[in-house]
Design a protein around this ligand. Structure first.
Ligand SMILES: *Cc1c(COP(=O)(O)O)cnc(C)c1O
Length: 407
């Protein structure tokens, strides 16, 4: 499929603005993507035309809101190829999805159990597991990084034991943009009878995510990094596993019957969706899926790969630039530093901002990776489908200025 970038760009109102007198070059999509007008209109339409609480009312507005929300659930189901729509649980985002699982596992894990994470995780796929292990006495282990900055997957065989209950890993690293070998991890973990949780926050916007082909047990991602609203995300879980777990929050919507002594819980997905959900956010996320489908995730993937490859190629022209995990497969982002004495990533970020170029600098909520490289942070350029090669060129020109000013 061919791609008309100018047409796509015209759907994003914010891309017409200027920053510091220069056209905005937005390369901070790994933190959050911009939103197309279509998604913004769907949010307005909900509040303007059929705002009502869901699943409770028999009146027309409530029915319409419920129908739209459940339609969004089916859109997400198809987007990740889940077997059933009720395996899609709406959360506030990746962080909440991981915390949901880590909290309900408090009643399931014991001091005999082990969890494996990796050195390339976002803090939100580290800290909840540390808390869970502190509470249960379970042991937390991790797959280390190689010197180059990719997972040392050969270590996995030694780390996996009959005690391993869960392995948690991101599909694509937010800090380095590196693609992780999740197929191998899932296969080996399953051989030991462990569950696998995939953090797809950085893959869902860029790559076809197929939970059945992957055969992961849980998968989490955020709406706001894939052209959807903030505050909405998804936890996918296999039906029988979700059914076997205790509930997370208690409240309305998640129960079947309540007496003053005991309650029985609603079936999936409502068992894990206590309280009034972010109805607008859910419908907006459905619209974001429509937006992605209107281009095609494969087309997006291929186009963004060109952008990332081009960026790595252009960055390689500078002897002052060190690209992290340079030779590894990248998706959506590139991380680097200037090898200049006393220069911090934020110095580069500030000079680029003066030129209207938005990149992220710092530790990217992944301090263990920074400790691995013995650096305080990196500069990260991260992409969305509306970015262009011309923007990469502007970014590279900005970087030349930064090297001149800081060198
Ligand atoms: C952004 C991100 C998270 C956290 O997502 P939130 O939307 O902030 O909850 C977790 N993991 C990865 C890989 C991310 O990129």
């Amino acid at each position: 499929m061919s791609i008309n970038i100018q047409e796509i760009r015209s759907q994003f109102p914010v891309l017409t603005r200027e920053v510091n007198g220069k056209p905005l070059v937005y390369l901070d999509n790994g933190a959050t993507s911009q939103k197309p007008k279509f998604v913004l209109d769907v949010l307005d339409e909900y509040y303007e035309k059929y705002n009502a609480n869901v699943h409770r009312g028999i009146h027309t507005l409530s029915q319409e809101a419920t129908d739209k929300m459940e339609e969004a659930r089916r859109k997400v189901q198809q987007f990740i190829n889940a077997k059933n729509d009720y395996e899609v649980i709406f959360t506030r985002g990746t962080t909440e999805g991981i915390n949901l699982i880590s909290n309900v596992l408090r009643e399931v894990l014991t001091a005999e159990d082990e969890i494996i994470i990796t050195e390339i995780e976002h803090h939100s796929n580290i800290v909840p597991w540390q808390i869970l292990c502190q509470r249960t006495g379970a042991k937390l282990k991790y797959i280390p990084l190689t010197k180059e900055g990719v997972l040392d997957i050969d270590q996995l065989d030694n780390l996996l034991t009959d005690k391993t209950k869960l392995v948690c890993v991101n599909q694509v690293s937010n800090a380095l943009g590196v693609v992780n070998p999740i197929e191998t991890i899932i296969e080996k973990a399953h051989q030991k009878g462990a569950w696998v949780l995939i953090d797809a926050a950085q893959s869902a916007p860029h790559t076809k995510v197929d939970v059945q082909a992957m055969d992961c047990d849980f998968l989490v991602f955020s709406g706001h990094k894939m052209y959807g609203p903030t505050g909405i995300g998804v936890l996918y879980g296999k039906e029988d596993i979700l059914n076997s777990l205790p509930p997370f929050h208690g409240g309305g919507e998640m129960i079947k019957d309540v007496s003053m002594e005991v309650s029985t819980y609603a079936c999936l997905p409502f068992k894990f969706e206590a309280g009034t959900p972010d109805i607008a956010g859910i419908i907006g996320l459905g619209a974001a899926v429509d937006f992605i489908n209107s281009i095609g995730i494969e087309t997006i993937h291929n186009y963004e790969k060109e952008l990332v490859d081009y960026t790595i190629q252009r960055l390689s022209e500078f002897e002052e630039v060190e690209i992290y995990a340079k030779d590894a497969e990248h998706s959506g982002a590139v991380s680097f530093n200037l090898k200049l004495d006393g220069v911090h990533s934020s110095d580069v970020g500030m000079i680029l901002d003066k030129k209207g170029i938005a990149v992220r600098t710092g530790h990217h909520c992944a301090q263990p990776i920074m400790q691995h490289f013995n650096i305080p942070g990196t500069v990260r350029a991260s992409f969305a489908v509306y970015n262009t090669k011309e923007e990469v060129d502007i970014f590279i020109e900005g970087l030349k200025t930064a090297i001149r000013m800081l060198g």
